[in-house]
Design a protein around this ligand. Sequence first.
Ligand code: B1H
Length: 820
Amino acid sequence: MTEITAPKAPVTSDEFTGEIREQLKYTQGVTPEQATAADVYVAAAAAVRRHLVDAWMKTQKDMVSGDTKAVGYLSAEFLMGKQLSNALLNAGLTEQFEAAVKALGFEPQQIVDAEYEPGLGNGGLGRLAACYIDSLASIGVPAFGYGIQYRYGIFKQKFDDKGRQIETPDYWLANEEPWGHIDYNRDQRVSFGGKVVEENGRRVWKPAWSVRAVPVDYMVPGYTSQRVNTLRLWTAKSYDEFDLLTFNESEYLDAVKPQVAAENITKILYPEDSTPQGKALRLEQQYFFVAASIHDAIRVFYPGEANPDLTNFADKIVFQLNDTHPVIGIPELMRVLMDEHGYDWDTAWGITQKTFNYTCHTLLPEALEVWPADLIGELLPRHLEIIRKINDQFVAELESKNVAADQIERMRIYTDDERPSVRMAFLASYAGSYVNGVAELHSELLKDVTLKDFSDVYPQKFANVTNGVTPRRFVRLSNPRMSALITEGLGTDRWISDLSLLKGLVPLADDAEFVRKFADVKQANKDAFAVFAKSHYGIDLDSSTMFNTMVKRLHEYKRQSLKILALISTYADIKSGKVNVDDVLPRTVMFGAKSAPGYAMAKLTIRLINNVSRVVNNDPDVKGKLAVHMLPNYNIEMAENLIPATDLDEQISQAGKEASGTGNMKFALNGALTVGTLDGANVEIRQLVGAENFFLFGMTVDEVDKLYAEGYDHGGSRKYYEADPRLKQAVDMVADGTFSDGDKDVYKDLVNDWLTHDYFMTMADFGAYMDIQAEIENTYREPAKWARMAVLNVANSGYFSSDRSIEDYLERIWHTGALA
Ligand code: B1H
């Protein structure tokens, strides 16, 4: 007998239908006969929300009255994905919903499709934040997600007739958005500019302009926990009155201009993943949401108190800084404690240090945010003073620890060169209690390389928490067929809230019947994706071929170019007859990737992929053997459909560059096999699923370092090109116009880079990559063996639940837990 623990709704299908009808009638003013799918979607969303309200209020009440410390997850991005199915699952209303919409004359999928996906994040970092607030609620930890409700999310990607990426605005709020509740009565004032004056021996900030921060609240329902947390996304509104304090300063015009432009602050998400733009507006965004959130936390935890005793603030809430984007919160809390609440420096410092922790998500030096000090001084003059004082205190502390002068120089938070700047990662590493990386290898490299100076002086601050993904969205909801099979195999559905139970599937990998069913599920998912691809992208996929996927942001370090060169090589070999067409394993290769709009190399790579796709897919010589698709606008919805349908996943970044990756976890959990390098969380995936169930290739971090030391990126790559005829042929085809209608100029920047710098060592890893592909093909030709390996990937990937990550944060960093 199968144990079912999924939540059950307090209402019948008929009752839920009635609730939807009521919403339609009394809130939206449409009859059931008039109602479109979009109307029913809005009504259903409102109806589910109502079922969550009591638990939401109780969670907030228990959080404030109890003494369980809350978590404030400060993140510039929350990439939530569509909300309806997740809310229904967690409220236990899925069946009632399905019956209700059928009673209203619709198919459930039509209603789900009516929701527009919010894209308030760039990629992994934003999606991680969304997984973490899901897990916090599911474990029952009181928590706030604090962020920004951008008016325009990540751009929508299209391709022009030459295959180039075109960005179009993502105006996701064009239609009714039923999940967020804008709460004008819980607003906060956030000020900017002006100057700091001395008054009665105290430093007093006289800002030049202010913005009204208004919270938009989203319920975050836990799965089976009876807890509902809050995601509070701030939106900027202008005050209709002017700030009087600016009038007597003859700065009227200066003051009015930004006042009028106030709402611009939350208008757009910066589309750079990894390489932050040092733009004033971006700093305004960061300060805006962090300042509002800190004031909000004080309001929530000291309700109605005019002079709260904030010495216990760090017992009320711990703030996790999701990368450096919210780090300006550190001087802000110092300022609030000293200037607004009268604490002295040391008291404020003690509270601040206990309150903040910092998660670093990168190893790329260019991704560590550094702000010009003059920019901070212009926008936040008081904060710059505080940062400088923190730096002075820091330098004195290092001197007292006898740290060498050159090391101190390297570690300065406030650089004292010609144009001083502030290093946000260093500020966070000094001011916070803990610094963590996002996978074991990454945390080690942080300690050994990126933040080595800090880990030498403060070793006890450094921790690892390996990323995770929520099994609700990325297994239970996205892969219902496999979920049913898992529940059948384990005899319980408790794995949805305790993913370590997947281990129980290990013995079933030797059960031929189970493995066959597992393979059938994969085939059904592939067939379903072919239907999805036809309706969404207008393409025909052959689901009898291997589905080979590479989806992630387009970045040179992730090496989409390695995959495309390998493809070109295979294509050339079939064309030239070097390999017999009958010996080729039929494959459908699918890419999905957005490039930052200003990232020329990445955009050129997208153009190349599109044109390889055009040439290959139109060539009768390879028909049925090789198909290549660049699917437009990779987003959460695509991930949810494509990942369960994938046979082979590509995680082929240069070793030492991908901090963790989270797509890799989603694929393994959905029974795809990985071809990958020893990078990020791939290392842990391989350890857990077993080396024999993972296709490893390529250089290690040490080998990469050794090649750099030999000058690889100054001409070293050409040797590989000369030595490997397969590589030479592929590169030459890109250069000779095969994929640009004979125009040899189109890809010259790419080709030139490969042959002269190739910083990410695509050329050097090409041979190993081609060799492993041969092994992959041989394995895939034995379906039972492949399926068994896939089962073992699922069975051994329970560790990658974001519930486990949150448990690690609770134990290693936050020192708090679930509400009683
Ligand atoms: C990750 C970012 C990032 N690391 C700057 N850093 C941004 C940096 O808007 N910006 O300026 C936006 C995003 N994102 C990713 O985080 C890592 O590359 C992945 O390896 C990791 O899995 C993910 C979650 O930890």
